[in-house]
Design a protein around this ligand. Structure first.
Ligand SMILES: [Mg+2]
Length: 145
């Protein structure tokens, strides 16, 4: 009989690795300090991003998402997806990931890390007030990522 060579910890680690974390690109990994500008990926990583993703990638699937990653036919020649540019940039800064989500829409993830996220906790009255308050401050940050 073949001996099982996997420890419980290794099996657990494999299971956890299947849990995906969705991470927004602009403003979370790519510093994006000047907003969209000409549309190129021009900035350095956000401080701590490389280290954090290296640690998180040991336990979770890292799914990077961005409107950059897929084509926008409605924008004509300026609507070409930038997945390859994202890959080159992530490689240049040694930022680990499992996948760049390329389909329009939301990837299948347990949690999302996004600079424009709002956590909904089941209370639409509170949510509406929070959103109106944020909007009246012209949102916390600029850009359209
Ligand atoms: Mg963003």
């Amino acid at each position: 009989m073949k001996e099982d060579t996997h420890t419980e910890a290794e099996i657990g680690q494999t299971r956890r690795k299947r849990e995906a974390i969705g991470i927004d690109f602009d403003g979370v990994i790519h510093a994006y300090s000047q907003g969209w500008c000409t549309g190129v990926i021009y900035d350095i990583p956000v401080a701590g991003a490389q280290e954090a993703l290296t640690l998180l990638s040991r336990r979770f699937r890292i799914v990077i998402y961005s409107a950059r990653s897929y084509d926008h036919p409605e924008k004509g020649q300026h609507g070409k997806g930038q997945k390859e540019d994202m890959e080159l940039w992530l490689s240049r800064y040694s930022i680990p990931y499992d996948e760049i989500h390329t389909a329009p829409g939301k990837p299948d993830c347990e949690v999302f890390i996004d600079d424009k996220g709002y956590r909904f906790e089941g209370d639409w009255v509170k949510t509406r007030k929070d959103i109106e308050r944020l909007s009246s401050r012209k949102w916390a940050t600029g850009g359209d990522s």
